[in-house]
Design a protein around this ligand. Sequence first.
Ligand SMILES: O=c1ccn([C@@H]2O[C@H](COP(=O)(O)OP(=O)(O)O[C@H]3O[C@H](CO)[C@@H](O)[C@H](O)[C@H]3O)[C@@H](O)[C@H]2O)c(=O)[nH]1
Ligand SMILES: [Mn+2]
Length: 441
Amino acid sequence: MADSSSSLHPLCGKIAYKSYFLRAVDLTILGLLYSLLLYRILHLNQNDTVWVVAFLCESFFSFVWFLVTCIKWSPAEYKSYPERLDESVHELPSVDMFVTTADPVREPPILVVNTMLSLLAVNYPANKLACYVSDDGCSALTCFSLKEASKFANIWVPFCKKYNVRVRAPFRYFLNPLDVTEDSEFSKDWEITKREYEKLSQKVEDATGDSHWLDVDDDDFEAFSNTKPTNHSTIVKVIWENKGGVGDKEEVPHFVYLSREKRPNYLHHYKAGAMNFLVRVSGLMTNAPYMLNVDCDMYVNEADVVRQAMCIFLQKSMNSNHCAFVQFPQDFYDSNADELTVLQSYLGRGTAGIQGPMYAGSGCFHTRRVMYGLSVDDLKEDGSLSSAATSKFLAEESLARDFGNSKEVVKSVVETLQIKSNPQNTLANSQSGSRSGEVSL
Ligand SMILES: O=c1ccn([C@@H]2O[C@H](COP(=O)(O)OP(=O)(O)O[C@H]3O[C@H](CO)[C@@H](O)[C@H](O)[C@H]3O)[C@@H](O)[C@H]2O)c(=O)[nH]1
Ligand SMILES: [Mn+2]
């Protein structure tokens, strides 16, 4: 699907931050720690409990410092060049974007709406993206808010792309007042978009306080009647389907609301269970080879995020199977998260220099094949399955054991494992009969 020419300009590069001075500092501290331990051992008096406890604590700290020194030894960072993507990749691959939410009170719908809007507005061909929101709260209010937000998306997404807005979550973007010296067309558009966002927020707020809107004769919310968050059938709703042509900037990506079946006495496995469900449903609907997961209380703060991830996945100077996931660092605006910055800049860069970053949950792109259990050893140079892997993964029994009885899901898994591009089904078809748990998962 994606093909990159033997371009002289790489799509990404690893920047090393090796520093002999920092290495010397780390080694000196390590040396001092070990001499302290030696001193403790030489003067160890079995009866002095305090001395023994101090020795044990210092031993532990020295061990941790040894690990930290190893991790920080060759720090590095990956830099991507998304501006080179179009010249070296003929056709960008599709990406399924997953948002998980669980509770409309702890995670207010306007938050989820902002996460989803920031994802819909990223710089990437809209017909290559699909956004799926999994709602473990089975909340009609969340569904209603997302439906309203999808109307606003038709204004917000073109606005972001026209003016190359950096932060594409409206609640953050509109925190900054309009600079009056801006050109008039922009300020007019800005005012209109802001007004529309305020209308949307007001609608969501009104609906939160008053459930009368639920009585409205709207088929969309019928599925929520007589449901409890812990006891209900599957609900799948295609809120917006992208039917536009290739590269039309004004298009909004596919957008689907899901609430997986839950029953009392059945473990639902929290976010992991929701992700599992998202992978299966998206496999039936869009089956993109890449997927991104974002928690509903986060948003995309870099519009080029998908293109940046693709630079790393599609870098041809490396083996095409070299990369299983791309993890973006998380940033927090509402808490004092200095310790996270320290973690990211020291340990994050350190692990990036060794093999790659650690998986940290939200903000991570995975290849779908890796999610289905493949590893580099199962693949040939060209990315196809080795003969051992073919018999291991494609045998009927192992497919049934790992992916269940649904023939449709198994078919989509086989297509993914064999990298066969499936003919684009319309979302509405794949959703047929799904109103109350009839989807075959
Ligand atoms: O039954 C559940 C419970 C949680 N969630 C969702 O899972 C996500 C994470 O849950 P949360 O309770 O917010 O976990 P945190 O500890 O805040 O998040 C940390 O742990 C998450 C799970 O590993 C990672 O995704 C995050 O990046 C990491 O910051 C949220 O979007 C929730 O809505 C569900 O979908 N279903
Ligand atoms: Mn959280």
